[in-house]
Design a protein around this ligand. Structure first.
Ligand code: SAH
Length: 354
């Protein structure tokens, strides 16, 4: 390891900025999250944040049911591939695949994951999986059933800000030793939609080129190979302005610039833009609905009652988990579920196009 590589990420960024000038926010976020996810398991009660599959097995089970229902209605094509992007601890996959198996769906399992620390955990949860660094090596011989929960929000965003000199990229610079936002030197007006060019000073536009590229690829594969996809994340179903960048550490919001690589950096997902990209590739956008609506339509309340009936001692825990997943003041309305399917596949339960 070189002397430079041994420095902490914050110090490496400082040297880089001193030597070559401000770096883009996307660069800052990409390297920070690669360092963050690369070295540790951030999930679970003792970690930095908790996700829906870690809250309750019901989440993965209902996803497994949804996928099995789609696959059965589409004619049970084989081979069929379960693909999960950023599978974390592998909990969602384990719960989904256990449920799907009861309906005869036993797909090959593919994980797209870059974190070595999380790959090690996934290997013990699902030893039969095949790992990929990106989507390019996924198989092409059969439909894919793709799931991505809280994956897109971790991808680097780019921000443009309207200044008195026109639109500029929002960059990360230094004030003494502290990271601060500065405006880039190049004019970015051509990258801004025409109706936004004359916005008020300070208006921010946030885009996620990596998420756009992934949607383009996934939609293309659904069109070619058949299959369906669920993207679940917090975000909005209509286009918005403003920065949604946030950092979370030990279950608390922290300053995204305080300790790069030591907090989870995320941004809200712009589902409206992603749905448009998917539609450009001849797949069906089944809809983008709130997590609460979707899980209720799939029968989560009945599932919770059944679980509590079988294990009465856990009734309180099960009810609390249900509330966290579906209540409007919890994950129920902030989180959205976007469903996509090949045009040859049926509509899915819980979506308006069903
Ligand atoms: N889906 C899991 C984990 C969410 S955390 C759950 O719901 O619990 C985000 C996941 O995406 C982690 O597994 C992280 O390592 C992975 N990840 C983040 N950026 C990635 C990238 N660029 N490519 C592949 N995986 C990535």
């Amino acid at each position: 390891m070189s002397e430079f590589e041994q420095l902490g990420l914050g110090e490496r960024f400082r040297r880089l900025i001193r030597n070559t000038g401000p770096i883009s926010l996307a660069h800052y976020m990409a390297e920070s999250n690669a360092a963050y996810y690369g070295g540790k398991d951030p999930l679970g009660g003792a970690g930095d944040f908790i996700t829906a599959p870690e809250i309750s097995q019901m989440f993965g089970e209902l996803i497994g049911l949804w996928l099995a229902d789609m696959w059965i209605n589409a004619g049970r094509d084989e081979p069929v591939h379960y693909v999960e992007l950023g599978p974390g601890r592998g909990t969602l996959a384990k719960d989904a695949l256990r449920t799907a198996r009861r309906y005869g769906l036993e797909p090959r399992v593919h994980f797209v994951e870059t974190s070595q620390a999380l790959k090690d955990i996934q290997l013990s949860t699902l030893p039969g999986a095949i790992w990929h660094d990106d989507l390019s090596t996924l198989p092409v011989d059969g439909p894919i059933l793709l799931v991505a929960n809280e994956f897109l929000d971790a991808l680097p965003v780019r921000q443009l800000v309207c200044t008195e000199h026109g639109w500029r990229e929002r960059m990360v610079g230094l004030q003494d030793e502290d990271f601060v936002f500065v405006s880039g030197g190049q004019t970015m007006d051509p990258a801004v939609p025409v109706d936004m060019r004359e916005a008020d000073a300070g208006t921010i536009l946030e885009t996620c080129p990596a998420a756009a590229a992934i949607l383009f690829e996934v939609a293309g594969r659904l069109a070619e190979q058949g299959g369906c996809a669920l993207f679940i994340d917090y975000g909005h179903a209509e286009m918005r302005t403003g920065s949604s960048l946030q950092a979370v550490r030990e279950h608390r919001k922290v300053d995204p610039f305080a300790a790069p690589g030591e907090a989870d950096l995320t941004a809200h997902v712009d589902f409206a833009t992603l749905a448009r990209i998917a539609l450009s590739r001849d797949v069906r956008h089944l809809g983008t609905v709130t997590q609460g609506e979707w899980l209720r339509a799939l029968g989560i309340e009945t599932r919770a009652d059944n679980l509590a009936h079988k294990a009465p001692h856990y009734k309180q825990e099960i009810d609390a988990a249900l509330d966290r997943l579906v209540a409007d003041n919890q994950m129920g309305s902030l989180f959205k579920v976007m469903g996509l399917a090949s045009e040859r596949w049926p509509g899915g339960v819980g979506f308006p196009a069903a």
